[in-house]
Design a protein around this ligand. Structure first.
Ligand SMILES: Cc1ncc(COP(=O)(O)O)c(C=O)c1O
Length: 357
């Protein structure tokens, strides 16, 4: 007899939930999870391999629990006068967010996000036993500072997620929204800047707001701009007291010596690693322009992907592209699909496949 999930003594609050499940199909053109399509540059890869092999020689010992060198690397990369006491890192920003929720959400508490936003926020929240509360956005998925503050003041959450710029819509979120939301709550405000490197250079990051705001957290990832998704490295900047809170919930030695070595080496080459960003931004803007010419309605994007409206039957279009070897994402928004900006060839393959449907 096969055992079903329902037969197990599963937590009541996990019953009926669906796990994260973006398809991992082996198609030639994979543009569905906002990865960076460009491999790590050869010279950087060589240096990373040297660092990993050195770390391997000491792999009989537990790694530096405080990942000191890596935190210094992130502080240097982020700038804004940050020091390593204000930095935390984990296996992907998903784990960074999980640590935050374990420390500041949990049973009897609530986390709040403006829908549609990153699909892992509710899952991670519920995983800690907390409730997830959904706020609303304005026209074209934008968030207005006053309206956001009023919604948050009303909901009184323990944790607020602000995805800046937002996944899956690409929408910019400016620092006035962060300031207004921060002032409207006593809870932790997480600004998820997973895609910040793809935003216009002159735009301010929420990092500029950290001084004097001890409940503000800015999270980042190496998975997107740094082309390091497979290494699983995310990080955040916040007040040192927030970092102390995260030490209470992390597993001892959660960042392996190999991960620390790889990420530290990659950060030494940050300018080279980030060279692809301009190229990706160029492809993103080309995709948006071509989608418009094809009669679709792309939303403004400050990320490495484009959400576009005007799709009569998203499931059929998704399948048609799939059959032509191109994987994009149906994020469940009516008449819309989301595509990651890939290399020039991948973006061309997607646009030609779409045009041929
Ligand atoms: C907004 C946002 N935050 C966080 C993540 C998680 O990234 P990772 O765990 O790879 O750092 C993603 C991944 O797509 C994302 O879109």
């Amino acid at each position: 007899m096969t055992v079903r999930l329902e037969d197990l003594p599963l937590r009541d609050d996990l019953r009926g939930l669906t796990p994260y499940g973006a398809p991992q199909a082996p198609l030639p053109v994979a543009l569905n999870v906002n990865e960076n399509s460009h491999p790590v540059p050869e010279e950087v890869a060589d240096d990373i391999i040297v660092s990993i092999s050195q770390a391997l020689r000491g792999i009989n010992r537990y790694p530096d629990r405080e990942f000191t060198e890596l935190r210094e690397g992130f502080a240097d990369y982020l700038g804004h006068g940050l020091s390593r006491e204000q930095i935390w890192a984990a296996n992907g920003s998903n784990e960074v967010l999980q640590h935050l929720l374990q420390a500041f959400a949990g049973p009897g508490r609530t986390a709040f996000g403006f829908a549609p936003t990153y699909s892992m926020y509710p899952l991670l929240t519920r995983g800690t036993g907390a409730q997830y509360v959904t706020g609303t956005r304005g026209v074209d998925y934008t968030i207005d500072a006053q309206d956001a503050a009023a919604q948050v003041a009303d909901a009184r959450p323990d944790v607020v997620f602000l995805c800046a710029p937002n996944n899956p819509t690409g929408t910019p979120l400016r620092t006035d929204v962060v300031e207004a939301v921060y002032d409207a709550t006593d809870g932790i405000v997480i600004v998820d800047e997973a895609y910040q490197e793809f935003a216009p250079r002159e735009e301010r990051s929420a990092l500029t707001l950290l001084p004097g705001r001890e409940r503000l957290v800015v999270s980042r990832t190496m998975s997107k701009a740094f082309a390091f998704a497979g290494a699983r490295v995310g990080y955040l900047a916040a007040d040192p007291a927030v970092i102390d809170a995260l030490r209470l919930v992390r597993l001892p030695y959660h960042l392996s010596a190999l991960t620390q070595a790889a990420a530290t080496a990659a950060l030494r080459h940050a300018p080279t690693m980030l060279q692809m960003v301009d190229d990706i931004v160029g492809q993103r803007d080309r995709i948006s322009a071509t989608l418009s010419a094809l009669g679709y309605t792309p939303y403004e994007s400050w990320t490495n992907f484009v959400l576009f409206d005007g799709v009569d039957d998203p499931a059929a279009t998704w399948q048609g592209l799939y059959d032509r070897g191109t994987l994009i994402r149906d994020v469940g928004i009516p008449h819309s699909l989301r595509v990651t900006a890939g290399t020039e060839d991948e973006s061309t393959a997607f646009l030609e496949a779409l045009a041929s449907l």
